[in-house]
Design a protein around this ligand. Structure first.
Ligand code: SAH
Ligand code: SF4
Ligand code: F3S
Length: 457
């Protein structure tokens, strides 16, 4: 009988990718994914350590799982194994074992290819199995072939870890040193994804544009070259990559934005702050003007490119003048979307030990001011697409019957009334209405609507 596997994913897209690969690893052992933890044979929490709130969620979820585990035991059924994977596991493995004795396995982002062996050990043993090493063997060489993607859009991890050591960030500690996969193994995975239905691939890495791997000609390639190579795959229609560091945006990559049709005109480029002083304290290794210059170059190469970014407010020592500089940068550059956060001191990072902490109330006020500005820019960006025609990749059914939802080249959700036969297809749509969270449109070619169906949303 099939065993039930429930995976809950927190954090970034890399964790989403990893969760799918964990399911790939466990499938040969008879595990099938289910959508709720009740009665599951194996529950995996794939965790995120980036901010305090993210990490705390793990312990409350573990609390909720305990009675489920007991119920299953009381029914005389086989034991529910509970596993904690991902970045909290890597950072706080011992603490998890101490705080939550009902946890059976703890493993980091670099060891999930060893899950079969961990499951076997946990099934036999009473105590928790802990595997948070940074193994010498590369995880990607030990994973089975990638399973079918969930829909028309798929993630593909090409780079992991980070050597940049921004002073606020846990990633270099939880994910370890930077590692780039070879172009051939990436291309093979991309081809497999396309064969099983993917039309769009998002290349992933904590610092994805630092990718520098062995090319298929045996030479060292950088990301721009890799993207050109992947663009040759028939059937692959859209390429994206995330998350980038401004320092690693080289001219070859900028040129690819201008020349590779399949590379989508939307780039997430976190800048964190608009103050040179704060950028230096964050060890971002670039200044505000460098960022402005990169943006200018990108816009020359690809005039319709839209940018999104990440910001941290209330970094230790951030003054009103520093914050005003951030607002100025945002006003000048204009972003189509952004994430912004209050600085969260993370154990073990240099910034956690920095003095001159910004009071919580000041952080709150700055976050609100910044989010209002960014929110207005995002709304203006959506409005600018009203009345235009754009290619939409349809990915899923909409909330209402008869609706399907897709993505614009700029990552906007586009809702259209049309046949489900268009799922997985890219179709030209005219935007007729701008909603709060999505654009509404109609198929530009009326012949594509289902018979008897009203085309207009
Ligand atoms: N690799 C990406 C960022 C990964 S973390 C980069 O280099 O930009 C995603 C975002 O979380 C960061 O861009 C940052 O804005 C935010 N973040 C990371 N650590 C944080 C912390 N200690 N406090 C608040 N926000 C943080
Ligand atoms: Fe973290 Fe990104 Fe800085 Fe790396 S580059 S340390 S992942 S914020
Ligand atoms: Fe979180 Fe780890 Fe991603 S800390 S943001 S899940 S790399």
């Amino acid at each position: 009988m099939a065993k039930r596997l429930f995976i809950k994913t927190y954090g970034c897209q890399m964790n989403v990718y990893d969760s799918a690969r964990m399911a790939d690893v466990l499938r040969p052992l008879g595990y099938e994914s289910v959508s709720s933890p009740e009665g599951a044979d194996l529950v995996i929490l794939n965790t995120c350590h980036i901010r305090e709130k993210a990490a705390e969620k793990v312990y409350s979820e573990l609390g909720r799982l305990q009675p489920l585990k007991r119920t299953k035991e009381a029914q005389g059924a086989e034991r529910m194994l509970i596993a904690v994977g991902g970045c909290v596991a890597q950072a706080e493995g011992d603490e998890i074992v101490a705080r939550a004795p009902h946890v059976d396995m703890v493993f980091g982002p670099q060891t999930y290819h060893r899950l079969p062996e961990m499951v076997a050990r946990a099934t036999r043993a009473a105590g928790a199995v802990l595997d948070v090493a940074f193994p010498v063997e590369a995880k990607f060489d030990h994973l089975p072939a990638v399973g079918a993607p969930q829909g028309a859009s798929a993630f593909l991890s090409i780079q992991e870890g980070c050597d940049r050591f921004c002073t606020f960030c846990v990633v270099p500690y939880t994910r370890g040193a930077e590692y780039s996969r070879d172009a051939d193994s990436i291309a093979a995975e991309a081809r497999r994804l396309v064969e099983s239905g993917a039309r769009e691939i998002t290349l992933l890495g904590q610092n994805v544009n630092a990718w520098h791997g062995r090319g298929s000609d045996g030479r060292g390639w950088r990301l721009g070259r890799l993207i050109r190579h992947l663009a040759d795959i028939d059937g692959l229609q859209r390429i994206r990559y995330t998350t980038s560091h401004p320092r690693d945006l080289d001219d070859e990559l900028i040129a690819a934005h201008g020349e590779v049709e399949k590379l989508m005109p939307y780039l997430h480029l976190p800048v964190q702050s608009g103050s040179d002083r704060i950028l230096a304290a964050m060890n971002r290794q670039h200044g505000v003007d460098d960022f402005r210059r990169s943006v200018d170059k990108l816009r020359v190469a690809r005039p319709d490119i839209a940018l999104s970014s990440d910001f941290i407010v209330g970094f230790p020592g951030e003054t009103d003048a520093d914050f005003t500089a951030t607002l100025r940068l945002v006003s000048d550059v204009t972003f189509a979307g952004a994430y912004s956060f209050k600085f969260s001191p993370r154990p073990g990072t240099p910034a956690a030990a920095m003095e001159d902490r910004v009071p919580e109330s000041v952080k709150e006020a700055r976050l609100e001011t910044l989010q209002q500005l960014l929110g207005a820019q995002e709304a203006a960006f959506h409005r600018s697409k009203g009345g235009t025609v754009m290619p939409v990749l349809f990915e899923k059914r909409g909330r209402r019957p008869g609706q399907i939802v897709g993505r614009s080249p700029w990552m906007q959700a586009v809702v259209v009334e049309a046949s489900e036969r268009l799922l997985g297809e890219i179709v030209e749509c005219r935007i007729s209405r701008i909603g709060a969270h999505s654009l509404h449109g109609q198929l530009e070619s009326a012949g594509l609507a289902a018979p008897g169906q009203r085309v207009c949303a």
